[in-house]
Design a protein around this ligand. Structure first.
Ligand code: SF4
Length: 288
């Protein structure tokens, strides 16, 4: 079977994840162990690669047991309590919070302080329990309300002022629908589209990429929030889209002779993984 294979030139890690992985690797060049609070990237293969170099993933409970150690805070960021715990336990922090997330945390905090005297509500469009969302809610002393869709937003108290923000990796179309609903209920609502521009650009380019190919192999970890959104986006324009994490999950029954196959991924998918799948498919199909 002959296939034409192409890796999406715009896929691969986003700048925030590149920065976090580089900082971890730099530290591990000279040290045998580094604790990361939560998975530094939602990708099993990349995590295993970094664990092989000495990265250890710790939970918040496990971090509470550490003393005089070094802890990496990943690109998603953390609420202020995590920094307080690090100080209390004499932990050195390698802070890899993405600058985009950091700026968003500051905006959420300032807006919350400003709206507080008026009884206003800070609303975050995001996934409850997601690390970035926890970090944002932490800027408001736990008062921000997290909504995942329009249905959940119906429970908001629209007699009070509303300021809407978004988790950086949400779907831009879903955010617009939510913003319209909130404005229809509360015309004075403040709406801040805080979806990361990297994510917005990737949405646009992925739609074009998915349309240009007969089959799309979307590579991402199951835990990746951004991966779930982008996979659904590809599938919405190309029904022959398949999600996989490693090359051996490829099923040759997905392809027909002569297909143009596009290989792409989430902001947490490393470039080497896309290349691995490219090489695997090349070997598995073009030598028949
Ligand atoms: S998606 Fe954007 S905000 Fe999130 S880590 Fe990457 S660059 Fe930063």
């Amino acid at each position: 079977m002959r296939l034409t294979l192409e890796i999406d030139p715009r896929s691969g890690f986003c700048p925030g994840v590149i920065r976090a992985v580089e900082q971890a690797e730099n530290y591990l060049k000279f040290n045998r162990r580094l604790c990361s609070l939560g998975a530094i990237v939602h990708n099993t293969a990349e995590l295993e690669r970094l664990q092989g170099k000495g990265l250890e993933i710790v939970s918040l409970d496990e971090m509470a047991q550490l003393r005089h150690d070094v802890v990496l805070i990943r690109a998603h960021g953390e609420p202020p309590e995590t920094y307080a715990l690090a100080r209390a336990n004499d932990l050195q922090v390698i802070d890899c919070t993405c600058p985009v997330v950091l700026k968003l945390q500051q905006r959420v905090h300032e807006t919350w302080l400003r709206l507080r005297p008026t009884g206003g509500q800070v609303v975050i469009f995001g996934r409850k329990g997601h690390a970035e969302v926890n970090g944002l809610v932490g800027q408001t002393d736990g008062e921000a309300i997290v909504v995942g869709d329009v249905e959940e937003a119906r429970a908001l108290d629209f007699s009070r002022p509303v300021a809407l923000f978004s988790q950086t990796t949400r779907d831009p179309g879903d955010f617009q629908r939510l913003a319209e609903f909130i404005r229809s209920q509360c015309p004075g609502a403040e709406v801040y589209d805080t979806i990361c521009r990297q994510v917005v650009q990737r949405h646009k380019s992925l739609v074009a990429f998915a349309r240009e190919h007969d089959v799309i192999l979307f590579v991402s970890g199951r835990e990746s929030s951004n991966g779930k959104v982008l996979y659904e986006l590809c599938r919405s324009v190309n029904p022959r889209t398949y999600r996989l994490e490693t090359a051996d999950q490829t099923d040759l029954a997905w392809f027909r002779d002569g297909d143009k196959v596009g290989i792409c991924g989430a902001t947490s998918t490393p470039q080497w993984q896309l290349e691995e799948i490219f090489i695997y498919l090349q070997a598995a199909t073009q030598n028949d």
